[in-house]
Design a protein around this ligand. Structure first.
Ligand SMILES: Nc1ncnc2c1ncn2[C@@H]1O[C@H](COP(=O)(O)OP(=O)(O)OP(=O)(O)O)[C@@H](O)[C@H]1O
Length: 272
């Protein structure tokens, strides 16, 4: 077990998110069938599975964008479907979401993009919101000069950081990230992974991280949940998952890319 996995051992704590018996269908397409999952306080939980296995739909069910056909989603001990609209919007303020194609508004500069949720949800004045937006931009490692730049003028890595700053705008308790390193070069992706761990260590939020990126799993995640056959096939530390006797898991973690990611992670730990 790696240092990271022992450091954030949280299995005896109450989950911040608990999903039980989840069923999601689109017409005849059953995406989830009796899916169960817990997200523990302060952990970075990686969600992996084949293309179309239902990772994004799971994320959408938890944040309330897709009403489950059956089952129960509890967040901070409250069932999502029991909340009235005011309680729901209070709950949503505790979530930060970075969608797969979580584009920033191209007509707004970065500072305005990040100020938007602060003005809309926290009812801050424009000048206070823009001040806080600049603080968030610096938190994710962007230079002060980025505040007035448009998203289109930035590199992919900087856009992801800015989108992360927007997801962090309202100081969330749980951060949902859908493929945050997709499309980034390996160096930018590694820097993003490192940033995520640093921010989680400092701010203590929990992270629900959908990813295909094996390097991200090895460098950032405390636990991993594998979605396969419409449910969570296995959830645990990387060591536990890698030992799971399942063809998809074996091919994923013990194929050439899995071995390379594991090797890179152990070299990195030795250098620390
Ligand atoms: N709005 C929708 N209407 C109909 N079907 C949908 C909708 N959203 C998702 N699906 C279907 O649900 C299934 C799961 O999709 P989802 O996007 O969650 O997969 P995923 O695991 O995130 O895939 P990927 O790794 O490729 O992003 C797919 O078969 C998809 O076609």
């Amino acid at each position: 077990m790696s240092d990271r996995q022992t450091k954030h051992k949280t299995a005896d704590q109450e989950p911040v998110i608990s999903v039980r018996g989840l069923v999601n269908r689109f017409g005849d397409n059953v995406v989830h069938d009796n899916l169960n999952l817990d997200v523990l306080p302060g952990e970075i939980l990686g969600i992996v599975g084949g293309s179309g296995s239902g990772k994004s739909v799971l994320l959408r069910s938890i944040v309330g964008l897709k009403r489950p056909d059956e089952g129960r989603v509890e967040v901070f001990g409250q069932a999502l479907d029991s909340l009235d609209s005011q309680q729901r919007s209070q709950m949503e303020r505790r979530f930060g979401v970075l969608f797969q194609r979580g584009a920033l508004f191209s007509s707004l500069n970065l500072q305005e993009n990040i100020a938007l949720p602060l003005i809309e949800h926290a009812r801050l004045s424009r000048s206070d919101a823009e001040y806080l937006a600049r603080v968030k931009l610096s938190l994710v490692g962007l230079p002060a000069s980025a505040a007035l730049q448009s998203p289109e003028s930035l590199s992919g890595g900087m856009v992801k950081r800015a989108a992360l700053a927007r997801a962090l705008a309202l100081d969330p308790d749980v951060l949902f990230l859908d493929e945050p390193t997709a499309g980034l070069d390996p160096i930018s992706a590694a820097a993003f992974d490192e940033l995520l761990v640093t921010l989680r260590d400092a701010l203590r939020f929990s992270v629900f991280l959908v990813t295909h990126d094996l390097d991200t799993l090895y460098s950032s995640c405390d636990r991993v949940a594998v979605i396969s056959q419409k449910r969570v096939l296995a959830a645990g530390t990387l060591d536990e998952i890698a030992a799971t006797q399942d063809d998809w898991v074996q091919a994923y973690f013990h194929g050439p890319r899995g071995r390379a990611a594991q090797q890179a992670a152990s070299t990195h730990h030795l250098q620390e």
